[in-house]
Design a protein around this ligand. Sequence first.
Ligand SMILES: Cc1cc2nc3c(=O)[nH]c(=O)nc-3n(C[C@H](O)[C@H](O)[C@H](O)COP(=O)(O)OP(=O)(O)OC[C@H]3O[C@@H](n4cnc5c(N)ncnc54)[C@H](O)[C@@H]3O)c2cc1C
Length: 231
Amino acid sequence: MEKKAVSTTPDNPAAIQTVELLQRRWLTKNAFEIELTRPPSLEFKAGQTIRFIHESMERYYSLLSTPDDPTLALCVYYVPGGSFSPVLSDAEIGARFSVTGPHGYFTFNPSERAPVFVATGTGIAPFVSMGRSGVTDFILLHEVELAEDLYYQDIFRKIASNYVPCLLEPSSDDPLPPGTFHGNAAGFIKKNLPPASYDFYLCGEREMTREVTLLADEHFRGSYVFKEVFF
Ligand SMILES: Cc1cc2nc3c(=O)[nH]c(=O)nc-3n(C[C@H](O)[C@H](O)[C@H](O)COP(=O)(O)OP(=O)(O)OC[C@H]3O[C@@H](n4cnc5c(N)ncnc54)[C@H](O)[C@@H]3O)c2cc1C
């Protein structure tokens, strides 16, 4: 039987492309941002992902950069003992990787309902791309362990209608960021989100997406839920 070749035309998200590591910047001891060359044919929408193919592994990452940026940027959590994130954290500048993309449908769709963005940890990445691409006036809940994990808060404090850091382990030593909620994002939504129909965009840990989806169903009738589950 004739084998069907994968097309390498620019508009084929399955085509394997090569990217080169340009820079790495640690945001905290557990998370870093990387900048990669952008293949000229890789067009994407804010919120989409790329997939790395490395040895026998495949790993997806949300793009932090905007569709107009000349390079690609990612925000990566360093998983101690992880199979691939340490490869990205240790790679030499100039290292080359095979990627495909763009992938996914986690893009912003304006509607008459107010948008509520909810992220855990590096799940903030697609919202950075959306915000840098011009989306404003959303509520954003960022659930993290510590205040130092609130990467990109400067961006969101300017463009969100309400930016709420949800701290799981507030330290008694450091001053708390303005508007901090002690607890997880689902806890904030249950206690403080006024009843209405919303568009919930949920990104990061599966457990958060599960809890917030249940709340949306029970307390916010007429809401829509869009999800990107990282793990
Ligand atoms: C659609 C999609 C988009 C993704 N986008 C991102 C992204 O933008 N940034 C990012 O850091 N990761 C993202 N991920 C997760 C990423 O693909 C990898 O799973 C992650 O980097 C761990 O890979 P690893 O091989 O190092 O860990 P593995 O050896 O595969 O270990 C997996 C374990 O690592 C932990 N883990 C995985 N991802 C995270 C995370 N983000 N934060 C905390 N702990 C984690 C979990 O405990 C998980 O069980 C995304 C996943 C999907 C499916």
